[in-house]
Design a protein around this ligand. Structure first.
Ligand SMILES: O=C(O)CCC(=O)C(=O)O
Ligand SMILES: [Fe+2]
Length: 205
């Protein structure tokens, strides 16, 4: 049969390097948002009081996560952010992941990690229990703060044997499969804001 190698069981594939489209590693987008847009997203988050992440979903363990959260669906005038996120996800999925994705089932989330209580998030996967968290497939995180405005607060990913820090540049985005382990190291000076969105879909296969 055309394309089949008689000595093997499957079709003959090109070398791995020539097929960079399908990857389980992270995908970085420099300058996904402008500094003015980052400011606008932070301002949106402060239209109402931020919520304490430790209290969300009755999880009160501040040792796991110490941050304050805002959900953009709960703020007026955030529609343009979702439009931009959808375009970013479409491009990343076309260029890199090729996942079956069906919806944005959860609101984009702005998180603030402040030095006053060493804001952080320990190693975790974003896949959890329940109808939404169990269907998370892609996670997108945007750096909203100027890198010089805080110390610590590094978003680290462990997609393979190596631990990789994400780009700290303001406005840069990183997308990764939601099962990939990641953490935010404690902020020891200043404050860091991030924007996180999840994309949902059917089971991996
Ligand atoms: O703030 C970040 O950089 C990551 C946030 C995160 O991992 C999450 O909300 O699940
Ligand atoms: Fe996460």
């Amino acid at each position: 049969m055309a394309g089949m190698d008689a000595a093997n069981f499957g079709p003959r594939l090109p070398p791995f390097e020539s097929e960079p489209r399908i990857m389980l590693s992270a995908y970085a987008v420099p300058e996904a948002f402008s500094p003015a847009e980052c400011d606008a997203i932070i301002a949106l988050s402060h239209e109402k009081d931020l919520a304490d992440a430790g209290l969300v979903g009755n999880r009160s363990d501040h040792n796991l996560r110490r941050a304050e959260l805002a959900w953009l669906d709960d703020r007026d005038g955030g529609g343009w952010v979702m439009d931009r996120i959808m375009a970013l996800v479409a491009e990343a999925n076309r260029a890199h992941f090729d996942f079956a994705l069906t919806e944005f089932g959860e609101s984009p989330q702005v998180a603030r990690y402040g030095a006053e209580r060493e804001g952080h998030f320990v190693w975790h996967s974003d896949i959890g229990e329940g109808p939404l968290a169990s269907r998370r497939k892609l996670t997108l995180v945007v750096q909203l703060s100027e890198a010089a405005d805080y110390l610590g607060g590094v978003l680290e990913l462990q997609a393979d044997a190596n631990l990789r820090p994400s780009d700290r540049a303001r406005g840069s985005a990183v997308l990764f499969p939601s099962f990939v382990l990641h953490r935010v190291t404690p902020v020891t000076q200043g404050e860091r804001y991030s924007l996180t969105t999840w994309v949902h879909g059917p089971a991996f296969r």
